[in-house]
Ligand binder design. Structure first.
Ligand code: URA
Length: 441
C-alpha cells in the first residue's frame, strides 16, 4: 500500500481523476491511522489532502470517497426501530445549538433520530462539547446501547465511537491542521460518509453561508448543498439541505453551558426576540425532516406539526427524557455555579449596531476557553460570549454590547481584543436578517 502512495499523490497533484482503488487506498490509510496502525504516514495523507484541495474531485470520485468513508467501519442498522429514521447535521456555526432542539423536536413529531455528533472545530462549536456541560451525561455508547436508547426515547445524541466511519476522524483532524477543511469533495465525503454509517433514511442538513460558515459565499454553499444531496440520493437516502445565514451568531449565547441554557429557553418557549427567531428556524429544520420522512402530507402540515410540538412542551419532555436516559442530571446543571471573570465590549459611539461578525465572535469564544486550539486543550464550559445588545439595535456610546466570561485575566484580555473587532456601528439601521436563504429539496 505505502510504496504506491506517492504515485497517487502525484496523479492528483497533476490534476488526474483518482481511480476507485486509489481512493479506497487513501481511505484505508486514514482508517489505519485512526485505529493506531500506520500503513501510510500522516504526512503523505496530508499531501494528498492538499492536492485534493487544489485540484478538486469530480462527483464520481466524491461518491467513491463518500462510500469508502461510510464503509471504513460499521454501518449501523436499527433493528426493532419502527419509526422513520431521520438525521440532522450542520456544516458548523457560531452559537449553533440547534441540534439540541431539533433532535428532540423531530422525535416529538414521530421520527427516530440517531444523532451522532462531534466536538467543536476551529471557530465553530460542537454539540458534544455543549452537552458535556450537563453533569453525569454519557456520550459514548455501544451500538446495542444506542439501539436501546433509540427504541426507548426516539432519539439520542452521542459521540461517534471508533466503529463508525473511523476514516473521518483522521481525515478531519489532518484537514483541521493542514488548512484543507474547505474542500467541497472532502466535506461531502466527511458529512455523507458519517450519515450513511449512522443509518438514517432521511437527512436534514443545515448548510451555513456567510462569514463564520465553512463556505462563506452563496454560490459555494449552494454547490455544497447540491452535492450533499446528490451523494445522499445516490445511496438511496432522502436529503433536504437548508441554506441558512451564518454572518452573525445564532441567538444570544456563544459557548457551551450557556448555549445549553439558551436551548432550554427555546424548548421552554421563553426568552428574547432572538429565541423566537431561533425557534422558527428549528421548526423549519424539523418540518423539512418530518416531510422528507413522510410523517406529514405537505410541508405546511409538517410546519404546523413541528410548531405545535415545540409550543406544547412535547419537545422539551423528549429532551429531558433523552438526557435522563443518558445519565445526565439537568437539575444540577441548572443549579450550577457560573462564576467567572467578566468583561464587556461597549459601544465606542452612538448609532445602529449594524454587524456582529460570526467569525470574529467565534474566534473570541475560542480565546476565552470555549473552544480548542489544540486537540488536547481542555475547555472551560462556562466561558463564552453573551450578546447583550442584539444586532440591529440602536445604541448609545458606552452601552454594553457583549459580555465575555473566562477563568483568567489573560484569556479575558485576548477575548476582549478580538471581540471588540466584531462589532460595527453605523448611522443607518441594518436590514433584518433572513435566516433561511434557500431550501434544496
Ligand atoms: N462537518 C463535518 O462533519 N465534516 C466536514 O468536513 C465539515 C463539516
Amino acid at each position: 500500500l505505502s510504496s504506491n502512495f506517492p504515485n497517487i499523490i502525484q496523479r492528483k497533484r497533476d490534476g488526474k481523476n483518482l481511480r476507485d482503488d486509489e481512493l479506497r487506498q487513501f481511505v484505508e490509510a486514514a482508517t489505519a491511522l485512526t485505529l493506531g496502525k500506520e500503513v501510510v504516514p500522516a504526512y503523505q495523507i496530508s499531501a494528498l489532502l492538499m492536492a485534493i484541495y487544489f485540484r478538486g474531485m469530480d462527483f464520481k470520485e466524491t461518491l467513491t470517497l463518500t462510500r469508502a468513508i461510510a464503509d471504513s467501519g460499521q454501518r449501523l442498522t436499527w433493528d426493532g426501530v419502527e419509526r422513520p429514521l431521520v438525521d440532522k447535521h450542520s456544516t458548523g456555526g457560531v452559537g449553533d445549538k440547534l441540534s439540541l432542539i431539533v433532535v428532540p423536536l423531530l422525535a416529538a413529531c414521530g421520527a427516530a433520530v440517531p444523532k451522532l455528533s462531534g466536538r467543536g472545530l476551529g471557530h465553530t462549536g460542537g454539540t458534544l462539547d455543549k452537552l458535556s456541560a450537563i453533569p453525569g451525561l454519557r456520550l459514548e455508547f455501544s451500538p446495542d446501547e444506542l439501539n436501546d436508547l433509540l427504541r426507548r426515547n426516539g432519539c439520542f445524541i452521542a459521540g461517534h465511537g471508533a466503529e463508525l466511519a473511523p476514516a473521518d476522524a483522521t481525515l478531519y483532524h489532518l484537514r483541521d491542521v493542514t488548512a484543507t477543511v474547505e474542500s467541497l469533495p472532502l466535506v461531502v465525503g466527511s458529512i455523507i460518509g458519517k450519515k450513511l454509517a449512522a443509518g438514517a433514511d432521511s437527512f436534514v442538513i443545515d448548510v451555513k453561508v456567510g462569514r463564520g460558515a465553512l463556505f462563506p459565499s452563496q454560490p459555494k454553499a449552494l454547490r455544497l448543498a447540491r452535492w450533499l444531496k446528490r451523494a445522499a440520493e445516490a445511496e438511496g437516502r432522502r436529503c433536504v439541505c437548508v441554506i441558512t445565514d451564518m454572518s452573525a451568531p445564532l441567538g444570544r449565547q456563544i459557548g457551551n453551558a450557556n448555549e445549553v441554557d439558551e436551548a432550554l429557553d427555546i424548548l421552554g418557549g421563553s426568552g428574547s426576540a432572538e429565541v423566537a427567531e431561533l425557534s422558527k428556524l428549528c421548526v423549519e429544520l424539523a418540518a423539512q425532516g418530518v416531510k422528507a420522512a413522510g410523517l406529514a402530507e405537505s410541508i405546511t402540515a409538517a410546519r404546523v406539526l413541528a410548531s405545535s410540538k415545540l409550543a406544547d412542551g412535547t419537545a422539551r419532555e423528549v429532551f429531558e427524557k433523552m438526557i435522563a436516559a443518558q445519565g445526565g442530571d439537568l437539575g444540577s446543571f441548572l443549579r450550577r455555579g457560573k462564576e467567572r471573570l467578566t468583561a464587556e465590549v461597549i459601544a465606542p459611539r452612538s448609532g445602529w449596531l449594524r454587524r456582529l461578525d460570526a467569525l470574529t465572535i467565534g474566534r473570541a469564544a475560542v480565546a476565552l476557553g470555549a473552544g480548542r486550539r489544540r486537540l488536547d486543550d481542555e475547555l472551560d464550559l462556562e466561558a463564552g460570549v453573551e450578546i447583550v445588545t442584539p444586532r440591529g439595535a440602536k445604541v448609545s456610546e458606552g452601552e454594553p454590547l457583549l459580555l465575555l466570561r473566562a477563568n483568567s485575566e489573560e484569556r479575558l484580555r485576548e477575548g476582549l481584543a478580538l471581540a471588540a473587532g466584531a462589532v460595527t456601528i453605523g448611522d443607518e439601521q441594518s436590514t433584518q436578517r433572513q435566516l433561511v436563504r434557500r431550501v434544496i429539496r
